[in-house]
Write a protein that binds this ligand. Structure first.
Ligand code: SD4
Length: 335
């Protein structure tokens, strides 16, 4: 307890004490009901299988951080998926470069971007978080760190992706295709972008998130999107909730999208309303661009309530909890 003299001294040092008191007072005093826990949600149809993997950890009382890492490794390893992890489509120069980030309930985070030759960027992002004094490693430095951690370099450009890239080179037209994430199975260069963002709350009520992608197919060499950027592609605040994004990353970065969604939830917005407001900011800033692109946000709050919103129709997200492990929901959209 403060005695008065100490208090006066501290107050004289600035208005910071009362500000700190205000912040402390603003924290919810009663923790939200844990009835909705554990739960895991993720972007797009491939989120269903990813969630099921995460559920193996969550249903045993495991930590949300372990669950999201294990979950997103499923699409990272899926050879039929050309937009996350191994077998991702390359950039326009033929390099497969991967981006990922992860964030835990204590505000710790780690990320890698433009990393080549390593198939599970999410695990390297977690190692950056846990084993280095840094948050973000990129390019050769990220690969070098992964090798130092015992990971093998491997060729990520698989024949199917190489074929699609060579086909793309004929016209070399960079044009993101709306909702290509839902078009699994289309031949040739039809995949343009695809990302898994996953948010989980474990039995203790702790929130973590992960986001991983090979980014926009046929992007410029060195281009990094929103997915590995904390605050853009992913953000978690254990007092409030978490958010993640998918779609054309440039527009998400411009609006620091996932951080914005979490901050709106802090102000009382529901997850869906927060996602909608973030989408509307993107549209307001660049209405003509927004007509041509997809961006979707997915969010969960501390109570385990979730919601999503996208610019275009067709954004789906997967939900997994005690009741149902394979739910796929169509997100609402502006258009
Ligand atoms: C990016 N946001 O690199 C990623 C791509 C994506 O669904 O999300 N696709 O911009």
């Amino acid at each position: 307890m403060y005695n008065r003299r100490k208090f006066v001294k501290l107050s004289a040092a600035g208005a910071s004490l009362s500000l700190l008191d205000k912040i402390a007072a603003a924290k919810p005093l009663v923790p939200p009901q844990a009835a909705g826990y554990p739960i895991v949600i993720s972007t797009w149809g491939f989120g269903v299988d990813a969630n099921k993997e995460a559920w193996k950890t969550l249903s045993k009382g495991g930590r949300a951080l372990d669950a999201v890492e294990a979950g997103v490794k499923i699409p990272e390893a899926d050879l039929t998926n050309h937009t996350v992890g191994r077998s991702g489509y390359p950039d326009r120069d033929g390099h497969v470069t991967l981006d990922a980030c992860i964030m835990d309930e204590n505000g710790n985070c780690g990320a890698v971007a433009a990393m080549e030759y390593i198939a599970h960027p999410i695990t390297i992002a977690r190692l950056v978080m846990e084993k280095t004094p840094h948050v973000f490693l990129v390019g050769e430095g990220a690969t070098q760190f992964a090798v130092e951690q015992g990971f093998k370099k491997e060729k990520l450009l698989l024949p199917e992706s190489e074929k699609a890239w060579k086909q793309w080179l004929k016209k070399a037209e960079y044009k993101p295709i709306i909702n290509i994430e839902n078009s699994k199975g289309l031949p040739g260069n039809q995949y343009n972008h695809d990302t898994i963002g996953m948010l989980a709350i474990d039995a203790k009520g702790n929130i973590s998130g992960a986001c991983t992608t090979s980014g926009m197919a046929f992007k410029m060499h060195g281009r990094v999107g929103d997915s590995p950027i904390i605050g853009a592609g992913l953000y978690v605040d254990n007092e409030v909730g978490g958010a993640t994004s998918t779609g054309v990353g440039e527009e998400v970065i411009r609006n620091v999208g996932s951080f914005l969604v979490v901050e709106l939830m802090r102000q009382g917005y529901s997850p869906e309303a927060a996602c909608k407001e973030a989408v509307q900011r993107i549209i307001k800033k660049k209405p003509e661009t927004a007509k041509q692109i997809q961006v979707g946000f997915l969010a969960i709050n501390k109570k385990g309530e979730y919601g999503a919103y996208a610019i275009q129709k067709g954004f789906s997200f997967a939900v997994c909890d005690k009741e149902k492990q394979d739910l796929l929901i169509d997100g609402k959209s502006f258009y």
